[in-house]
Ligand binder design. Structure first.
Ligand code: AMP
Ligand code: ZN
Length: 466
């Protein structure tokens, strides 16, 4: 079995993954800023992180993943005010939508989803430590800034040139570019733009900066040092640089060992983003008749470090690829019948080895999928020649199930029962409870006229697409 190697943004090198705690991978993922529906560019990052956690599990690691919810920052405050809602009420809508969307995309849930507003005391404690150690200072207006001059390794993640840094100059906003490297805000004194969003602190009323949120939530659930920190490449600077500086300065120990960043989902050569307005939410795409599974395939199938250009044409290609998989797995199931799995036939064993070696090389999913589709081609040829024994077919079916543990896209999800069919099912259940068998049969006919088959099992009615 080969070892898993990842491209570490910190070292700019491919490194073998070795967790701090044997057998246990601990990862932190910057989660959504809940001020809008996430767009499919954001989901490229979450699907990449899901692929990573699934691959770690495939390799036998226990995984603890933390994904935060940024429910207080410049953007959430600004847009809740525009909407005329209180911050918590406003962000609740988008938190709920986010969890619905990740289910649609078959993203496995993280172990923890902390919300920033539930962790203000933890943030204040880190800021206090930084002030006590003179890495941070209070400005005249009651804000607290991290002093980059006091931290010589500032810039090591984003590979900044220290010459150009303007220490002593302060930047209050959460997002800024490399031309504006400066002391950044840990705590922002209240001003009228914040409305009723404020907490008491040793420095006066105010609210946390965005970066300190992730330092506090990662430390609470993973400890001061953990294995992998992930996000999109736009997070490297300033967000991750600032997270790393303040966490390491406060704790005096390394923060994350490996930093992994995915490239952007692009639209006609530009990053898909809310501010550019060139985005599609997952809901828009589903509304055009594509499934969550097709979107997942599209986001997954390109190596995470290669930019991916989004078009509806590429979603059609995802549909075609998945249809090939479905035809093959249906054929395999027929060939396997009720047989027990034997050993993998040689061609499938070769595909299995290629798949694993590719994924082990920094999640090279495009090469892994090439191995998978070669397997489909060869498997079809073997079945065409009637040379697939039921035991072989069952073994190949099990291989696909194992692969799907890693990819989360091969198995066709059961189609959701539409409301009109559900209503008939409910009436039929009531009829059966009342022993009105004629009525029950009539309802079965109505259900079948809508293209659904109902079966009566010991656990009750089960409906499936005809
Ligand atoms: P945000 O809600 O803006 O904080 O972003 C959430 C996550 O989505 C972060 O990890 C970003 O790096 C990532 N992200 C934002 N836009 C894109 C994009 N176009 N392609 C890939 N990832 C993105
Ligand atoms: Zn973060």
């Amino acid at each position: 079995m080969s070892v898993f190697r990842v491209q570490n943004t910190l070292s700019r090198q491919l490194e073998e993954f070795r967790p701090l705690e044997a057998g246990h991978a601990r990862m932190y993922t910057c989660g959504p800023t809940v001020y809008n529906f996430a767009h499919i560019g954001n989901f490229r990052a979450y699907v990449f992180e899901d692929l990573l956690r699934r691959w770690l599990k495939f390799k036998g690691f226990r995984v603890t993943q933390v994904m935060n919810l940024t429910d207080v920052d410049d953007k959430t405050i600004r847009d809740s005010q525009k909407a005329g809602q209180r911050l918590a009420e406003f962000t609740e809508t988008y938190k709920k939508a986010f969890f619905e969307d990740i289910r649609t995309l078959n993203i496995d849930p993280a172990e923890h989803y902390p919300a920033a507003t539930d962790h203000i005391p933890e943030m204040i404690a880190i800021i206090q430590k930084l002030v006590d150690r003179h890495f941070a200072y209070r400005s005249d207006d009651g804000s607290v800034y991290f002093s980059i001059a006091r931290w010589p390794s500032y810039g090591k993640l984003a590979h900044l040139d220290r010459e150009g840094m303007r220490s002593g100059v302060r930047i209050a906003s959460d997002e800024y570019d490399k031309e504006n490297v400066a002391d950044f805000a840990l705590w922002k004194a209240w001003d009228e733009k914040d409305g009723d969003v404020a907490w008491e602190s040793p420095w006066g009323r105010g609210r946390p900066g965005w970066h300190i949120e992730c330092s506090a939530m990662s430390q609470k659930y993973l400890g001061p040092s953990f294995d992998i920190h992930t996000g999109g490449v736009d997070n490297i600077f300033p967000h991750h640089e600032d997270e790393m500086a303040q966490s390491e300065a406060a704790n005096g120990q390394p923060f994350a060992t490996y930093w992994m960043h995915c490239a952007h989902l692009m639209v006609e050569g530009q990053k898909m983003s809310k501010s550019r307005g060139n985005f599609h939410t997952l809901r828009d795409v589903l509304g055009r008749g594509y499934s969550g599974r097709e979107v997942r395939y599209e986001l997954l199938a390109t190596h995470y470090r290669a930019p991916l250009n989004f078009t509806f044409g590429s979603l059609d290609a995802a549909r075609t690829a998945l249809r090939r998989v479905d035809e093959f797995t249906a054929r395999l199931a027929d060939a396997a019948g009720g047989a027990k799995a034997g050993t993998l036939p040689g061609w499938a064993q070769a595909a299995a080895e290629r798949f694993e070696a590719a994924m082990d090389e920094d999640l090279n999913v495009s090469a892994a999928l090439a191995a998978l589709f070669d397997g489909v081609r060869e498997g079809n040829a073997v079945m065409d020649a009637r040379l697939m024994s039921p035991e072989d077919a069952a073994a190949v079916r099990d291989l696909f199930r194992r692969w799907d543990g890693a990819l989360g896209v091969l198995e066709k999800p059961a189609e959701a029962v539409p409301p009109e069919v559900q209503a008939l099912l409910d009436r039929r259940q009531a009829a059966r409870a009342a022993k009105e068998w004629k009525q029950s049969d009539a309802l079965r006919d109505e259900i079948s006229a809508l293209g659904w088959i109902v079966k009566d099992t010991p656990k009750g009615q089960v409906a499936a697409k005809a």
